[in-house]
Design a protein around this ligand. Sequence first.
Ligand code: PMP
Length: 407
Amino acid sequence: MIKRMMTMNRGDFKILDQKIYGRPLVYLDNAATTQKPQVVIDTLKAYYETINSNIHRGVHYLSQRATDEFEAAREAVRRFINARHAYEIVFTRGATDSMNLVAASFGRTFLHEGDEIVVSKMEHHANIVPWQFLCEDRGCVLKVLPFNEKGELCIEQLDQLITPKTKIVAVTQVSNSLGTVNPVKAIIEIAHKKGVPVLLDGAQAVSHCKVDVQALDCEFYCFSGHKMYAPMGIGVMYGKEEWLNKMKPYQGGGEMIKQVTFAKTTYNDLPFKFEAGTPSVGDAMGLKAAIEYMESIGIENIAAYEKELLDYAEKRLSSIEGLRIYGQAAQKAAIVSFNIDKIHPSDIGAIIDKLGVAVRTGHHCTQPIMDHFGIPGTVRASFAIYNDKKEIDDLYEAVYRAKNMLL
Ligand code: PMP
């Protein structure tokens, strides 16, 4: 049943129907960005062909139409992650932008010399570097929660890591390098017992599992549209109303103000206080279309299907002698990172590319993970709803051939 539904979906992604170096494209770089279904492409086209206009400030028809569509997209995101209020949804350029927003704004408001920020060792650089800026500028201290050899966070150490000086815990829900699905509910409970707010990086989670920010009870939740079938250039920063109200704005400019004089400027209400300048209206509409697309398939169906692909891929790849999979957590999303003994990951990537198989190689913006394992990088295959087992067979064959050529 699930299988049939997924096979039908492949037709929604014309880009997949092409040959690369004379071979059918096998696109397995979905953790970097997913392809976009036709409905998302059509939505973008329709926006620019029919209602393109700047929003909020216009009295004319097109501006009002564009404003209504932009706010409808906000409502769709609210529903998708089950936020209490639409004004807790702030549109950004992506997860990186969202986390920079929280770090800068939270930092300006609450952080002082000696305050501590807890992140994990498996964070994407986008959830490390913005906090390091604060450490440099404000004299804060970054503390790091480690992970074990399976790639699972040592959450038994979290309680001790959080001290009276800890101001925020910022962790990823799903690791983009290891595929680990972290026990974020438990992490939030531990932090909350000590009165510490939690930011979740949901960049790799939103396309793979149902997210309910009220049930999770996180203070901030950040993600990108382009990893969940939506256009590039749009992302979301969810924040609980009480925190957003207290936080100083991130960027200054149009839209985020109530009144500007040279003596004093007052700020707009939520969410506009955090949305300076012209937003990406068409992309927000594309995000809404992508959400509706995923909802029409059912997030649970997507998760179950991707689990099937993950299990199959791990089984096939691990039958290759000398191949090691990094990230063996009990709970994993559809990401397999691996290396073959004595072979550089980028050599494998380059050869299998010529066989039509697109994967990512390198450190995946998680250098601390690579340092932990003492490796320069990995080969990463990541799956989405339109992939199938035949493509995993193609990956297996290509990797097998690359190994034989390189050793
Ligand atoms: N966090 C994680 C876990 C990611 O995988 C990524 C993208 N690789 C990001 C943050 C940053 O996302 P973006 O580049 O879309 O801002």
